[in-house]
Design a binder for this molecule. Structure first.
Ligand SMILES: C[S@@+](CC[C@H](N)C(=O)[O-])C[C@H]1O[C@@H](n2cnc3c(N)ncnc32)[C@H](O)[C@@H]1O
Length: 287
């Protein structure tokens, strides 16, 4: 029986734990169900999860909390895109993302395409079945391995319409890809989507841009995920990521560190229930 959680499950686990906080960046009643049995058990037994987060995984916390900031940032940008008439959302490396389930309010006029490895999607289908959750009609699974198949070629196998504008996200994924695959992925998207399409991503900050007091957490996170067989390959300053995206054909709408996003969300929601991670940044781009 598998007990080792993938990073996609750990992300869902963070969203599940966050549901206990009074101030929430994301409302996610599905996150716990999307975790494997081992992780679900650890989360459900409160003293155990408290001990894990505050002691065993303490050094990793800044890294883990980036999950909550990036999802709020991406979905606020998506909501703005929907208001501007965009009706297709491509989640690249969707993992155990629950957007299509928890945002039924947006699904009526939206087609969502989740792209991930076939084995990850098989696991997700099983979990949804166990949870008794029906796949919404507007949610489509597109199986593909980035680096082997360009994003647009994978989407061509689905009902995605390249003639219509789209919003695409790449969250929690760039760190695991080498620069050439990130560039190739961005180029494939820029060349294939309709002008006016938007693209959001997050990335690890390089050593010089990370908060000095979180550099240790950055090293701890890298070691932790490498041990789980998902080594991190790349980090950038916000400026370097803008250059990479410009080379692929994207105009930067915003490049922002999570420190600044933490301040923005604190102004919106009041004091956040956690320390703002100083090792990540987000970027929003337009074709
Ligand atoms: C840390 S998870 C992030 C999940 C989700 N985006 C979120 O924020 O909740 C990274 C995801 O990227 C997927 N992934 C990593 N490398 C990939 C590749 N080469 N092709 C397709 N998917 C990949 C993994 O399977 C996993 O689901």
């Amino acid at each position: 029986m598998k007990t080792r959680a993938t990073t996609a499950e750990l992300v869902a686990g963070m969203r599940a734990l966050h549901q206990r906080d009074r101030v929430r960046l994301v409302e996610d009643p599905f996150a716990l169900g999307l975790c494997g049995w081992h992780l679900r058990l650890l989360i459900k037994v409160r003293p155990v999860s408290w001990f894990l987060l505050n002691h065993v995984l303490r050094k990793l916390r800044p890294g883990m909390l980036g999950v909550l900031i990036r999802v709020r940032y991406a979905e606020q940008a998506l909501e703005a895109a929907i208001r501007d008439g965009i009706a297709q959302y491509v989640i690249i490396g969707a993992g155990m993302d629950s957007f299509a389930l928890r945002r039924a309010d947006l699904m009526e006029d939206l087609q969502v395409f989740e792209l991930d490895l076939p084995e990850m999607q098989a696991m997700k289908r099983k979990r949804l079945k166990r949870m008794g959750v029906e796949r919404p009609p507007g949610l489509h699974f597109v199986a593909a391995e980035l680096g082997e198949v360009p994003v647009m070629a994978a989407l061509a196998e689905s009902s995605f319409d390249p003639a219509r504008r789209a919003f695409l996200s790449l969250l929690g994924v760039t760190y695991y890809l080498p620069t050439d695959i990130i560039a190739e992925t961005a180029r494939s998207i820029a060349e294939g989507v309709a002008p006016g399409s938007r693209f959001v991503l997050d990335h690890l900050l390089d050593d010089a841009s990370a908060l000095p007091e979180h550099r240790e957490a950055r090293t701890a996170l890298r070691k932790y995920v490498a041990k789980r067989g998902e080594p991190m390959h790349s980090d950038y300053s916000p400026g370097e990521m803008c250059e990479l995206m410009a080379g692929a054909g994207f105009r930067t709408l915003e490049a922002i560190t999570m420190m600044d996003l933490g301040d923005r969300f604190t102004r919106e929601l009041g004091p956040l229930p956690f320390e703002i991670p100083g090792i990540f940044a987000c970027g929003l781009y337009e074709r």
